[in-house]
Design a protein around this ligand. Structure first.
Ligand SMILES: [Zn+2]
Length: 82
């Protein structure tokens, strides 16, 4: 579920400071009032906490291009440089 950050408008909220995070489903409407104190809030920076983008694993050629030595384990248990 995405995490949204809300900031009180116009001034920081006594109970929530300068904002709070609220986890809401995509179908749930945005909050317009602080659930704690009832002050008007606005959604601040959209911080969606989705699955982090998986880094593409380096291929052997990429690693070589980056200057890494690539070793391959041989069937005899030794590592040989490719
Ligand atoms: Zn509040």
């Amino acid at each position: 579920m995405p995490l949204h950050r809300y900031a009180p408008v116009p001034s920081p909220c006594r109970l929530c400071g300068d904002g709070f995070e609220h986890r809401q489903s995509a179908s749930e409407p945005d909050l317009h009032h602080c659930p704690t104190c009832g002050q008007a809030v606005a959604r601040a920076t959209i911080e969606t906490v989705n699955t982090p983008k998986l880094l593409k694993p380096l291929s052997v050629s990429d690693a070589k291009n980056l200057g890494f030595s690539v070793f391959k384990k041989t069937s005899s248990g030794e590592f040989e440089r490719q």
